[in-house]
Design a protein around this ligand. Structure first.
Ligand SMILES: Cc1cc2nc3c(=O)[nH]c(=O)nc-3n(C[C@H](O)[C@H](O)[C@H](O)COP(=O)(O)OP(=O)(O)OC[C@H]3O[C@@H](n4cnc5c(N)ncnc54)[C@H](O)[C@@H]3O)c2cc1C
Length: 477
């Protein structure tokens, strides 16, 4: 009987757990370790943050799902991995102290560690900014936003700043959704004229989103995501500033450096800024108790896998096979990493270092869809290894399509959404020898009411799928 441990029950870990449970649950020992006893549907935290969705609608209990799939659940925080002795050290959430979770195969799917400390003054707990990156944050942000709205109702003008709070932040898509949803909310309440909205981001250009932006062909014309987002911001009267790396926040003031090395500040009454994302930050030990973390993870704590690391960016941009295919650690072949937890070989967008030596570069996103796909691939390979002794599944981000629907107001009558399809996520200039290295027939952007319907449907469909309900396998990641 093989022991499989999955750390993290998010998009990657939960998808993997369902595949592992359905294929192996009855004959083998599958355990999921997660900090919380619920799954959290991150994309809808944008709506929680503007008071358009009840927080409870974005979660479900994990244990009943795992019971159905013959999976053990250990609620706790994994802290260390003993790679030779093959166990994970877990701090139990019930106060029961530390527990060892033994494995033959380990999948690390812990998502992003939110590094608020990386920017002094950032974050809702020790700083002065809001966040929608966790459910408690989104609830707190909603309350702060409504305090801001109450001031507008009294006639005060308010400045709202949304974007990235670290020079290397990613997840611009979520921040973009948030600012457009705030616009729609204020419009609905007849308060739009009482607010100045500003987009502040580390992207090279509007619509870069950490994927080098998009170019699409429509009726023979080329349109860029820069034009697309610019037209949305013009329409919604949202000011914007890009190429800004936020260095520090004080009450009411954001301090940044730009691409040219100039320093500047931006005032705010309310701000939601995405922090830097880090990897799980485990300590890894070998059989002699030596700390081998530097061999298992990069400086950001992301798990090293079968990527080609260390290439300069121009070479990486020409080498799609540098992106990992099976997400397997090269030293310990029974350890895999999926979703945000794996270490990418570099950024997708061209990096920039300003004259002061500050890197201002949008980090590569691993969105929900990408994380789910990688969760499936790693699970199927672990199943393969257990049943057949060899892996048969592989998919690089340079071969993967991703669809993203950025809602701009959730109403099914007058809401809207930007629907973005990108293929491949990491440009592959060899297969697609155009300037963008992407399939111009598949890559697309659309804006309209249909997207708002799709975004709603996707919420329900994913909550259905990730609870392992009937037909879950037929719902694509
Ligand atoms: C506000 C917001 C909106 C977004 N909207 C979209 C969208 O519309 N579409 C899209 O595709 N993507 C979206 N994303 C991105 C998407 O949420 C992430 O890409 C996705 O969640 C990553 O999946 P993951 O499995 O790697 O991590 P997660 O989903 O974050 O899951 C990680 C899990 O691991 C657990 N964990 C972490 N550390 C430990 C530990 N040490 N021990 C035990 N458990 C641990 C966590 O509690 C969590 O349950 C959004 C992100 C945000 C923040």
């Amino acid at each position: 009987m093989a022991k499989v441990v999955v750390i993290g029950a998010g998009f990657a870990g939960q998808t993997a757990a369902l595949y592992l449970g359905s294929a192996l649950g009855k004959q083998h020992d599958i355990t999921v370790i997660n900090k919380y006893d619920v799954f959290g549907y991150t994309p809808s935290w944008v709506w929680v943050g503007v008071g358009q969705m009840n927080p409870e609608k974005t979660t479900f209990k994990l244990k009943p799902v795992y019971d159905k799939f013959h999976i053990n659940f250990l609620q706790g925080t994994a802290t260390a991995i003993y790679t030779d002795d093959q166990y994970v050290l877990v701090e139990r959430s019930d106060g029961g102290g530390e527990e060892k979770a033994a494995y033959d195969y380990l999948l690390i799917a812990t998502g992003a560690k939110l590094n608020f400390a990386g920017t002094p003054g950032l974050g809702p707990r020790d700083g002065y900014t809001s966040s929608i990156c966790s459910l408690p944050h989104a609830i707190d942000t909603r309350d702060r936003l409504f305090e801001t709205i109450a001031r507008m109702e009294k006639g005060e003008r308010q400045k709202i700043v949304v974007g990235t709070g670290h020079p290397d932040a990613t997840c611009q898509g979520a921040a973009f959704e948030y600012i457009t949803n705030i616009h729609k909310l204020l419009e609905k309440r007849g308060l739009r004229d009482k607010a100045d909205l500003l987009w502040l981001s580390n992207e090279r250009a509007l619509g870069d989103f950490g994927v080098r932006g998009l170019h699409i062909k429509k009726k023979g014309q080329v349109m860029t995501s820069d034009n697309f987002i610019r037209s949305v911001f013009d329409l919604y009267d949202i000011d914007w500033q890009v190429q800004k790396g936020v260095r520090e926040v004080e009450p009411g003031k954001i301090y940044w450096e730009d691409y040219e090395g100039a320093e500047g500040e931006t005032d705010f009454d309310f701000t939601m800024l995405i922090p830097q994302f880090l990897g799980p930050g485990f300590t890894y030990y070998d059989k002699d108790g030596n700390d081998i973390t530097s061999k298992m993870a990069n400086k950001g704590g992301f798990v090293l896998v079968d990527a080609i690391y260390g290439l300069d960016w121009d070479t990486l941009a020409e080498t799609p096979e540098a992106w990992p295919a099976v997400y397997q650690n090269r030293t310990y072949k029974n350890i895999f990493a999926a979703g945000i937890a794996f270490a990418p070989p570099g950024s997708i967008s061209r990096p920039h270092v300003n004259p002061n030596g500050l890197s201002i570069t949008a980090a590569p996103p691993r969105t929900g869809m990408i994380s789910g796909i990688i969760g499936r691939i790693t699970a199927l390979n672990i199943i393969d290894l257990i049943k057949r002794g060899r892996m048969t599944h592989a998919e690089r981000m340079s071969e993967m399509a991703a669809a993203c629907i950025a809602s701009m107001g959730d109403s099914l009558w007058d809401g809207s959404a930007a629907t973005i399809v990108i293929y491949p996520v990491v440009p592959d200039p060899r297969t697609y020898p155009n300037e963008q290295g992407r399939d111009m027939f598949v890559t697309d952007m659309e804006m309209g009411l249909a997207g708002a319907w799709m975004k709603r449907m996707i919420h329900s469909t994913f909550m259905h799928k990730l609870q392992g309900r009937i037909g879950w396998k037929f719902v694509p990641e």
